[in-house]
Ligand binder design. Structure first.
Ligand code: NAP
Length: 488
């Protein structure tokens, strides 16, 4: 089968309609929206464009299914998740192709995301069986204290385009495990991966109405009525801090329980005692994974002054050796950015830094032709006032600044309203612990360039978010605590 024929066959196998109450259906009024290939700028297909009425129908279905789903044995919920974990891995090649076509990243990266996404189902399959309560004798012995954990109820998920499957399974997995029903609205740029995931869950026996999937060209108009609906009990959002702030404000009217996985501005600190080879390896992962379009991307490198030039030239050599192209092509490592707006923003940040005195050691420009490509870029001697050190880049750009002391490095790292993740490279154990304790972030990669792990609590502090996904903490976001005071 030719590559183009295989791409078409895989796309044809993916549903393109809304999934509500266990049925695939067109949007109310039959509206559609186009999904684009960011490597070519061409439309891949049309999908259903939900209206606010569709969103309400989806919530109706979630509400109608809640009691029965909550009463479904944990063993059954765990089995569905486990089977879905297996199917995701069995079908990784096709799922990765769908993801690459709509999102752009290289096939190997899409496959890695499918494996990562599947891990949340494996992890929460186990967590479904470990929802515990407690019973104790009150301190004065006059009564007994019974504590029970119950599903919070119908939940609403909004996810971004950068990790189209994993950002879904990180919410859908714990919700299924906890016994919550849900409405999921993925990003309009990457709906196909969400449809494919819903198809797999349906095949694994997830009852109709537990997961309801709506795609829309107008996210605020479908989200608004759901967040305002008193039947909704939980809002979990992954996306930008700007949109997260608005959603928290909307959720306040209903005092909704919220989880917010928001933007980042990750510092990558390299101390003078670091293993430089390991730091370059870590930097390649932390910077170039997902074309730099990750909330965990190293946004700025702060390097001990004595190592800064050497690190910059080694990183430039590695980044300059990466092959850029359409993610479906053999050997391509770096795909296009998601759209022209995102590419324009990256170019603007690079121009601002260079205009303020930074030196472009590698790249620095958009790549002409079709698609939204940008050159892997390394900027040296970036001055403190450059916007690129303060704003989330979301592209393959590595700005490097230097520091003279540990204190200065930590102060620079913390000088941001964000607090998602930081990376620290040092061989000195005392310094490692000192710095880790001082950093104002929810996560730290210590001598490694990646923190993502289904069994660990992922999330940020400050304006990077509220709550944790994954780990033992992940299921807590979907459980309520009820206490019964027992008269004995
Ligand atoms: P975004 O613009 O905030 O969009 C995220 C999602 O919110 C999309 O589904 C979008 O729908 C929807 N949305 C936008 N405005 C909305 C509104 N007014 N009401 C309801 N929904 C709305 O973010 P993005 O550009 O897709 O993703 C990149 C951002 O996500 C970055 O800041 C990144 O750091 C963050 N992120 C954080 C994490 C984490 O775990 N902390 C993980 C991944 C990404 P449309 O598609 O229709 O616009």
């Amino acid at each position: 089968m030719s590559i183009a024929t295989r791409e078409q066959a895989v796309l044809d196998g993916v549903e393109k309609r809304l999934y509500i109450g266990g049925e695939w259906r067109e949007a109310d009024g039959g509206g559609t929206l186009a999904v684009e290939d960011p490597a070519t700028g061409e439309a891949l297909c049309e999908i259903a464009d939900a209206t606010p009425a569709d969103a309400t129908t989806a919530l109706d279905a979630a509400v109608a299914s809640q009691a029965e789903w909550a009463a479904t044995p944990a063993n059954r919920r765990a089995e569905i998740l486990w089977r879905a974990f297996e199917l995701l891995n069995e079908r990784a090649d096709d799922l990765a192709l769908v993801m690459t076509l709509e999102m752009g990243k290289a096939l190997a990266e899409s496959k890695a995301e499918i494996a990562y996404a599947a891990e949340f189902f494996r992890w929460f399959s186990g967590e479904a069986l470990r929802i515990e309560g407690s019973y104790k004798v009150a301190a004065n012995a006059a009564s007994r204290v019974l504590v029970m954990r119950q599903p919070i109820g119908p939940s609403f998920f909004i996810t971004p385009w950068n990790f189209p499957t994993a950002m879904g399974t990180r919410k859908v997995g714990p919700a299924i495990a906890a016994g919550c029903t849900m409405v999921w609205k993925p990003a309009q740029q990457t709906p196909l991966s969400a449809f494919a995931l819903a198809q797999i869950l349906e095949e694994c026996g997830l009852p109709g109405g537990v997961l309801n999937l709506i795609t829309s060209s107008s996210s605020s108009s479908v989200a608004g009525p759901l967040i305002a609906d008193p039947r909704l009990r939980k809002l979990s959002f992954t996306g930008s801090t700007e949109v997260g702030r608005k959603l928290i404000a909307q959720a306040a009217d209903n005092v909704l329980k919220v989880s917010m996985e928001l933007g980042g501005n990750a510092p990558f600190l390299i101390f003078d005692d670091a293993d430089l080879d390991a730091a370059v390896e870590g930097a390649m992962i932390a910077k170039m994974r997902n074309i730099g379009e990750a909330c965990t991307s190293a946004n700025r490198f702060h390097v001990a002054a004595g190592l800064a030039d050497e690190f910059a030239s080694r990183l430039a050599k590695r980044m300059g050796g990466l092959r850029v192209g359409r993610g479906t092509e053999e050997g391509v490592e770096i795909g296009p950015l998601i759209d022209d707006d995102q590419r324009g923003k990256v170019a603007e940040l690079v121009d601002d830094a260079v205009g303020k005195g930074a030196k472009a050691i590698l790249g620095g420009s958009t790549i002409d032709g079709t698609g939204y490509f940008f050159e892997p870029t390394v900027l040296g001697a970036v001055p403190a006032e450059a916007r690129v050190l303060r704003e989330e880049i979301f592209g393959p750009v590595a700005p490097i600044a230097s520091f003279d002391s540990e204190q200065e490095a930590v102060a620079a790292a913390n000088d941001t309203e964000y607090g998602l993740v930081a990376y620290v490279f040092t061989r000195d154990l005392k310094r490692a612990l000192r710095v880790c304790e001082s950093l104002e972030t929810g996560m730290i990669g210590l001598n490694q360039g990646m923190v993502s792990n289904a069994g660990a609590p992922f999330g940020g502090v400050k304006q990077s978010g509220i709550g944790r996904e994954g780990g033992n903490e992940g299921i807590e976001e979907y459980l309520e605590t009820k206490y019964v005071a027992i008269n004995v």
